[in-house]
Design a protein around this ligand. Sequence first.
Ligand SMILES: C[S@@+](CC[C@H](N)C(=O)[O-])C[C@H]1O[C@@H](n2cnc3c(N)ncnc32)[C@H](O)[C@@H]1O
Length: 254
Amino acid sequence: MSRSKPVRESATARAIDLLRNPIGGRVTTGGYLDTLPPESPAPRTLARQVMHAGPLPLIYEAAWRPLLFTAFTGRTTGQEVKLMLDGLRPERGDTALDIACGPGNTTRRLAGAVGDDGLVVGLDFAPGMLMRAVSDTPQGNIAYLRADAEELPLLDGVVDMVSCFGALYMIDDPWAAISEMVRVLRPGGRLALLTTCGRGPSVARAAQRISQRASGIAMFEADAVLDHLKTLGVIRIEQHVRGFSQLVIGELPR
Ligand SMILES: C[S@@+](CC[C@H](N)C(=O)[O-])C[C@H]1O[C@@H](n2cnc3c(N)ncnc32)[C@H](O)[C@@H]1O
């Protein structure tokens, strides 16, 4: 007798189970779940305006990111992804949240590691980035969510790992965003952040502060992210500084 396979619940349906209820979310024609009003939050800084601009999602993964990030971090994307996966230690069946996912480049790297029973949620607030992410994602274990990193619509303690690559420096209140990442992690959960790290003599630091104001890209002091994570109870913190970047890994106690 032939038995039909049970149909696996869609990734979006599984992502909805992680959300606070009611959240007012709806699945858009772009294929992602939307929890924000259309123009919210407004792209105030230059960095944010660029992320919301029409053409960037088209060239981001193939050209923009490899060129800029390699120049800025001194690492190839492959080296960066290896550090991330070594720190997050994803296992089959895990749930991962990729915050400020852009067109889904980092999100898709996590999806292979958690397997079909796992779930990866890519979260961003720019509709153009999310539409690109959906169209570039063949994997069935990824859902995309439009939300603000400063106020995650997820329940407490529902994900095994959080990544936030190349975005903390453009979030208005990065400290609120980090606190939110820790809130949604399960006990024993891991996080990995890639962001800026201000370095060099005082003249260089002054130039960094001026460019920060003009661009909306914040330059974090070397200890600032680590100190904030410690106050939130994050343990086993590792900081990998290279170029003007830092890749920070940490976990919550079990
Ligand atoms: C440079 S892209 C990074 C994409 C990807 N994570 C990567 O590693 O290449 C930065 C992303 O952060 C998103 N972003 C910035 N502030 C955000 C916020 N408060 N909430 C959600 N997404 C945000 C932007 O829309 C943009 O897609």
